[in-house]
Design a binder for this molecule. Structure first.
Ligand code: BGC
Length: 960
């Protein structure tokens, strides 16, 4: 018996056979002291409703009934996590709190934003992945979190995938090596890592309905490799995905969850659904242990319905258009499934050392449950920032350099262009976005602080200008426009420049109805120039009415109206009417974090004005002929802090004037550094339904760079993209530096790389296509009908696989089947398509040479590969030598083989003139292919060494 166990615990446990206590080392992962027998006993002691409470999420504690003040107010509290499981206090089982990843710890307050995972992948550095994980793990523990919803190990399959930036690239071996280290790093700090999204969720359009048609060899040899590596590293949790795999949804997929995950991969942790990815109570029976998200009402699939199933059993269910038939399941089968799910959760909590306070766990000598120590959050911040910056520097991938970089004295006056030069690009959009600690220094500020003679011209106008009062006029009650609520007294303002401002009540307004005017003290209407940034008191509501008249504009008629707000509970701009949703900018209640500049906003939705960084913008495109007037009705409800609002516009000639100003400035500067960005986000793929368009930089960035490069040949382009982009100007600029989405300290990292204080050593974890030929749905197809020869990228309603003749919301990506194992560079190799920049590619400010490649068979049936790397340049730098394995000379029929696959890499840092002998091990698995089992390929194979998938300089052949 444990010596310090409380009396209550003893009373509960007295009839159970408990294992004697071992010495308790409370040092995080693996320190759990409960035996399987004790864990099963805990399950057995739970009531049905207590067990039920373990398998579905609750809302964030601050949003739940009974939330405590410390939960909402404290920076180190239970705020903002993605979800939680309340635990069972009676048995000493604590809550389990989940925070989003995989780019840091995402809470409702600011945190350290790490570089996006694609940047981590670009380091090709397993030690960096370990540090990344440990940094996140520490921060998670310090903020009271228990589960980190990362890493995302879905593979880049479509170059336009919206969440590619959250992944570890297109190669399963690279992703697996890095994911394993991240998992180890996270869990070494006591946080449970959750590998997501199982499986094949590598697209966003139609992600909740699409089915990925995938053959067994492809499934095993691509994405599953990274899941397996993470599981082998001990990942405590796996998130099942929204999409279907071979017709069955991820969270109800018996093949994936039982046959593959549990049996083949021997996963022992818990499976948690993506948020809203459970469709049926049977998903628990087929392998999902926790349903998310919140469902306090208990009406979720794993709530009351599950309790009823465990009590009464469930009858057989016939197939529907979207789901297969289900057999009858008895009450005892349900109970066994529920017990198993709860056991998975408890045993994972135990591994993380989170169950020390249970009836079986250790207690302090006074009987109080042991609470694992949490690091001090504030104390962690400097080290977190330093790690974020170091990894951002190591991720820097130099794609082209004709000598302009690094910048030096001879670079002279430097013209800096582009919105992300001054509003730093931190992370991509969606659930991974971390709101960084302020200040997140911009690359422009960092360059200036380093003494660079830099000046800034936007070149690209994302923010527009404040609408001048002269183009606005106060409303005339006599006009009788129904969308304005005016009183006769307002007639005094009619026609005056500006908009009429009225205070309105904060009572909710039914859809389509007018807000009621506020009649309290100081209720008189007044005027506001649209540009005035007002401090409107917290909790108040306001409305501006009037006419906007378009001036003549030589650039055309396409205007953009923009509303900029800060600290709002909600705001809307109605243009000429109440009822048409498309005539409305609705900014909703966003951002959540009032004190910061970045607040999870997409690039185009934030202010790029360093003086007004906290403003959020919404945009409405409108066509206006010269002299045309439109009615405006702008409303704002201030949030919990004083609110600000601005009405702006981008005139039709903005592109011409912005580019002209940039070109003029570029002519007079010695060097130009132009920042460009794309917009990777959860929720949509880039380019929406057009894959090709998705690779183009948003807006007129290409036109800007082309014009500036023509004006100044010493133009450097810094990319903040999470994915490949087209670069029609690649041939005419001097240098291209890919900095990805570089996190909290990306500005300083970028400046250090530009100035040569850090030497770029990143390598592309994704292939950058040269033209419109890239892996996607079958480019040669001709018939897009459901039965045609075009694989269906999300967007086509197809026939039901379950009810012949029925149509369904069901859609298919057969791109996987079409491309098979040939993802990323494998596709380019197979189809002999030349990329713009190949997988594994990246330059340096120094040079490296390889020699003396030797390959021999190793005792475990794998290969040992050794070679020498030398720094032949003049500065210290890091290199990533890569080993690729060619297809075997003997190819069994029906088996796919890549022309070559990455089987080894390392990152070495060398002083000029120094060399190092490198040894890499190629495991037997990498010499095998999947065909109902792993089979070692036979015949001759080529082992190649080089600096990218397309620059292989030394070769050896081995007989298998
Ligand atoms: C995302 C997950 C995320 C979850 C919780 C989902 O929309 O797909 O990656 O962890 O939300 O925020």
């Amino acid at each position: 018996m444990h010596t310090g166990r409380s009396l209550l615990a003893l009373a509960v446990a007295v009839s159970l056979v408990a294992t004697p206590a071992q010495a308790h080392d409370h040092s995080a992962w693996g320190s759990g002291t409960l035996t399987d027998a004790e864990l099963h006993s805990l399950v057995a002691q739970m009531t049905l409703s207590e067990e039920g409470g373990m398998v579905h999420g609750e809302g964030d504690p601050p949003n739940s009934p009974g939330a405590t003040a410390s939960c909402t107010a404290s920076a180190v509290g239970c705020v903002g996590e993605a979800g939680w499981i309340p635990g069972v206090a009676r048995l000493g089982i604590p809550p389990l709190r989940m925070t989003d990843g995989p780019a840091g710890i995402r809470l409702r307050h600011v945190e350290t934003a790490m570089p996006a995972p694609v940047g981590l992948a670009a380091t090709f550095d397993t030690a960096a992945a370990r540090r990344y994980g440990a940094t996140v793990g520490k921060a998670g523990r310090a903020t009271n979190q228990d589960v980190w919803l990362g890493p995302m190990v879905n593979q880049v399959n479509f170059p336009t995938g919206g969440r590619n930036f959250e992944t570890l690239g297109e190669d399963p071996y690279l992703a697996g090596q890095l994911a394993a280290q991240e998992v180890t790093g996270v869990q070494s700090e006591g946080l449970i890592a959750e590998l997501k999204h199982y499986a094949e969720n590598d697209f966003e359009n139609g992600r909740t309905s699409t089915s990925v048609a995938i053959d067994d060899q492809t499934l095993h040899e691509t994405e599953l490799q990274a899941f397996e590596a993470g599981i082998k590293a001990g990942a405590g949790s796996v998130m099942c995905s929204y999409n279907r795999i071979n017709n069955i949804y991820g969270c109800g997929n018996d093949t994936l969850l039982h046959s593959i995950l549990r049996q083949q991969l021997a996963f022992t942790g818990f499976v948690q659904s993506d948020w809203g990815a459970v469709h049926k109570t049977t998903d628990l029976y087929y392998g999902t242990d926790i349903e998310q998200p919140a469902n306090a009402a208990g009406t979720s699939s794993f709530g009351a319905a599950l309790q009823a199933a465990v009590t009464n059993g469930t009858p057989a269910v016939a197939a529907t258009a979207d789901f297969p038939a289900y057999p009858a399941i008895s009450a005892s089968q349900w109970k066994a499934a529920l017990d198993t799910a709860v056991f998975h959760i408890l045993s994972t909590m135990n591994n993380a050392g989170l169950l020390e306070g249970t009836v079986f766990g250790s207690h302090s000598t006074d009987g109080t449950p042991y609470v694992p120590p949490r690091p001090d959050l504030a104390g962690l911040q400097p080290a977190e920032s330093a790690t974020a910056q170091a990894i951002a520097e190591d991720s820097a991938t130099l794609l082209k350099n004709n000598g302009v970089l690094p910048l030096s004295r001879s670079s002279g006056d430097v013209l800096v262009l582009g919105p992300t030069a001054i509003a730093p690009y931190v992370d991509g959009g969606g659930s991974s976005h971390v709101t960084p600690y302020d200040p997140a220094i911009s690359p422009y500020s960092a360059l200036r602080s380093a003494g660079v003679h830099a000046r800034y011209v936007p070149g690209y106008d994302l923010d527009g200008q404040v609408v001048p009062s002269s183009s606005l006029s106060a409303p005339d009650p006599a006009a009788g426009y129904p969308n304005w609520t005016l009183t006769p007294a307002d007639a005094g303002f009619a026609g005056q420049p500006g908009l009429l401002r009225q205070q309105i009540t904060t009572d909710p307004v039914p859809a389509g109805a007018q807000p009621v005017l506020y009649t309290g003290p100081d209720a008189a209407p007044d005027q506001l120039t649209a540009g005035e940034v007002a401090n409107l008191p917290a909790g108040t509501a306001w409305r501006w009415s009037g006419l906007l008249t378009a001036p003549a504009n030589p650039g055309g008629t396409a205007w953009q109206l923009k509303v900029f707000v800060q600290n709002q509970a909600g705001s809307q701009l109605f243009v000429d009417g109440l009822d048409v949703a498309s005539r409305r900018i609705n900014l909703g209640a966003y951002p959540a974090a009032p004190a910061t500049s970045y607040a999870g906003l997409a690039e185009a939705a934030r202010s790029h004005d360093p003086a007004q960084p906290a403003l959020q913008q919404g945009t409405y495109a409108v066509t206006l002929a010269a002299g045309q007037a439109i009615h405006l009705d702008l409303r704002l409800v201030a949030g919990t802090a004083p609110a600000q609002i601005q009405l702006r516009w981008v005139p039709p000639d903005s592109q011409t004037t912005s580019i002209a100003a940039a070109v003029a400035a570029a002519r007079s500067a010695r060097t130009v550094v132009a920042f460009a960005y794309d917009e990777g986000t959860e929720g949509r793929d880039r380019g929406i339904s057009d894959q090709v368009a998705g690779l183009t930089l948003p807006g007129y960035q290409d036109a800007l760079i082309t014009a500036v490069a023509a004006a100044n040949p010493r133009t450097v382009v810094v990319l903040n993209t999470g994915d490949p982009v087209y670069m029609p100007w690649a041939g005419s600029v001097a240098s291209i530096l890919e900095m990805w989405y570089p996190g909290q300290r990306g500005g300083s990292a970028t400046a250090n790389v530009l100035l040569g204080k850090a030497n770029p050593g990143g390598r592309l974890p994704v292939t950058f296509p040269a033209g419109t030929a890239f892996p996607t749905y079958d480019p040669s197809c001709t018939d897009t009908s459901p039965t045609g020869n075009c694989p269906l990228y999300p967007g086509v309603v197809g026939p039901s696989p379950f009810l012949p003749g029925a149509t369904t919301s069901y859609r298919t990506i057969t791109g996987m089947a079409v491309n098979g194992i040939y993802l990323g560079y494998r596709w380019y190799d197979k189809h002999d398509v030349a990329p713009l920049f190949p997988f594994g590619y990246g330059l340096s400010y120094t040079r490296f040479a390889y020699s003396d490649l030797r390959v021999r068979h190793s005792h475990d049936g794998g290969l040992d590969v050794t070679f020498r790397v030398r720094n032949t340049g003049r500065v210290v730098g890091s290199d990533v030598p890569q080993v690729y394995l060619g297809a075997p000379s003997v190819k069994p029929s029906g088996v796919q083989f890549a022309v070559q696959s990455l089987v080894g890499f390392t990152r070495v840092t060398l002083a000029p003139g120094r060399s190092q002998r490198v040894s890499l091990h190629v495991a037997p698995r990498q010499l095998s292919y999947w065909s109902t089992n792993w089979v070692r390929a036979s015949g001759w194979r080529t082992v190649s060494l080089g600096s990218s998938s397309r620059d292989l300089v030394l070769h050896a052949t081995v007989q298998m």
